[in-house]
Design a protein around this ligand. Structure first.
Ligand code: UNU
Ligand code: FES
Ligand code: FE
Length: 453
């Protein structure tokens, strides 16, 4: 990539002004570049350890446009392979999940062990005359695999920072629900469906859009009677101190709605969930203090850059898998706390599908907007215009009690700006080294904003 084209990429996002070119949500060339520079370099969610507990357990998933097999090994480590046969390139494993000693290709019958070694080649001696070097035809292994409190991520770039460093300041917030809660399980397999939207549109919504909740979700709020019900129809603003926004160096961000542990769950869930959450909170308060423990009993909406979103309390865990500029495959898991009784876990799993599953009454209200915004970005005139993420611009600050950069209200666009600031550095750089140079002054970049630039 030449310098001038890197600069052109950087122009898609104006950090000082808090705007992005609408084109970013519907553009073939940019999408191709993202697959290389965003999905080729970031840590991508693969699976949870609890989905593949035993040797030979596997799942198949995607890393950008590449399909991979994630397999538990005999020594309990996890390996990730391209799901592509080394002979003529057919998809090797055609099932979503299972347990196997190995994988046999559908085309000519080459077979591989769970460790990726090419083991069997039909009529090997007769047809290859012992000239096939099987050692050179193992499955292609993905460079990096790491687990964070049981959540397994992979990265295609050998030069990327370690997962812990990639999460950076954001890990402090993840630790509360992923670790201090006693641990999380995901209930799989994930529900899957396609939406006609760009992968960044739901990612940015979850990273920090509390603004749309009272308006877009009026119907869900009125019918579901969740703890958010008073927001319905934008008749009430969350009061001062009701929430917080956070962004971080590598684009991860979240929004907090304090003390709203039961989240989007309907009225039938609230009493039991709140009782559960408050009992655990009492213990965590002793251990962590009020300020930190409070985040456990609060509702967090967030995105781990680039495409892995969550709603704690609501129990929603998502991956937005890119296929085409305006075609995204949505994976939805229910997440539950490990020590919850089975009966409560089952009720949460069903509630997650009712609210944010394929036909969930929250999810489908969002999808109209996601698809519309992505579609409009294809307009010849419209794509040259900019999207506005200026809410709270100039008011972001560092807080001794909260890592990262903070926006001090429930509703704002602090984490949109942080997400696209890092996105800009990724798509306009030729290596992680260059990304890190550009991102070094990320706080100054973000707090120096003015909406009249
Ligand atoms: O971003 C969201 N989807 C969300 C945020 C949902 C509920 C509350 C806050
Ligand atoms: Fe937000 Fe129109 S009011 S997209
Ligand atoms: Fe929504």
């Amino acid at each position: 990539m030449t310098k001038s084209s890197n600069e052109k990429m950087a122009d898609l996002v104006n950090v000082k002004a808090g705007v992005q070119k609408h084109q970013i949500h519907n553009d073939e060339a940019l999408f191709a570049l993202e697959m290389e520079k965003v999905f080729g370099r970031s840590w991508l969610f693969l699976t949870h350890e609890c989905s593949i507990p035993n040797a030979g357990d596997y799942i198949t998933t995607r890393m950008g446009l590449d399909e991979v097999i994630v397999v538990r090994q005999k020594d309990q480590s996890i390996k990730v392979f391209l799901n592509v046969c080394r002979h003529r390139g057919v998809r090797l494993c055609v099932t979503d999940a299972g347990n196997a000693r190995g994988f046999v290709c559908n085309y000519h019958g080459w077979s591989y062990g769970a460790n990726g070694d090419l083991q069997g080649v039909p009529f090997e001696e007769a047809v290859y005359k012992n000239r096939l070097d099987k050692c050179k035809n193992s499955l292609h292994e993905i460079a990096r695999v790491e687990s964070y409190h049981g959540f397994v991520y992979g990265c295609l770039d050998p030069d990327a920072p370690d997962l812990k460093d990639y999460l950076g300041d954001f890990a402090w917030y993840l630790d509360i629900w992923m670790e201090e809660s006693g641990g999380i399980e995901l209930i799989g397999p994930p529900a899957r469906c396609f939406i006609h939207a760009n992968w960044k549109v739901p990612s940015e919504n979850f990273v920090g859009d509390a603004y749309h909740v009272g308006w877009t979700h009026t119907s869900a709020l009125r019918s579901g009677q969740s703890v958010f019900a008073p927001l319905a129809g934008n008749t009430a603003l969350p009061p001062e101190g009701a929430g917080l926004q956070v962004t971080s160096k590598y684009g991860h961000g979240l929004g907090v709605l304090f003390d709203a542990y039961a989240g989007v769950n309907g009225a039938e869930m609230i009493e039991d969930l709140m009782a559960w959450g408050m009992a655990k909170y009492a213990k965590l308060e002793k251990k962590l203090g009020e300020k930190r423990a409070r985040l456990y009993k609060s509702h967090l909406n967030g995105t781990i850059f680039p495409n892995n979103s969550f709603l704690t309390g609501s129990g929603v865990f998502k991956v937005w898998q890119p296929h085409e500029p305006t075609k995204t495959e949505v994976y939805t898991w229910a997440m539950v706390e490990k020590d919850m009784p089975d009966e409560l876990k089952e009720r949460i799993a069903k509630s997650v599908q009712r609210t944010f599953g394929i036909a969930g009454y929250w999810e489908s209200e969002d999808n109209d907007n996601m698809e519309s915004e992505s579609h409009m970005a294809g307009g010849t005139i419209a794509k040259e215009k900019v999207l506005n993420a200026q809410m709270g611009l100039g008011g972001d600050f560092q807080d001794p009690d909260y890592p990262g950069l903070v926006g001090e209200s429930a509703i704002g666009e602090t984490s949109y700006r942080g997400y696209y600031r890092f996105y800009r550095d990724l798509i306009s750089s030729s290596s992680w080294e260059e990304v890190n140079e550009k991102s070094e002054n990320w706080v100054e970049d973000l707090i120096g904003g003015k909406s009249n630039v």
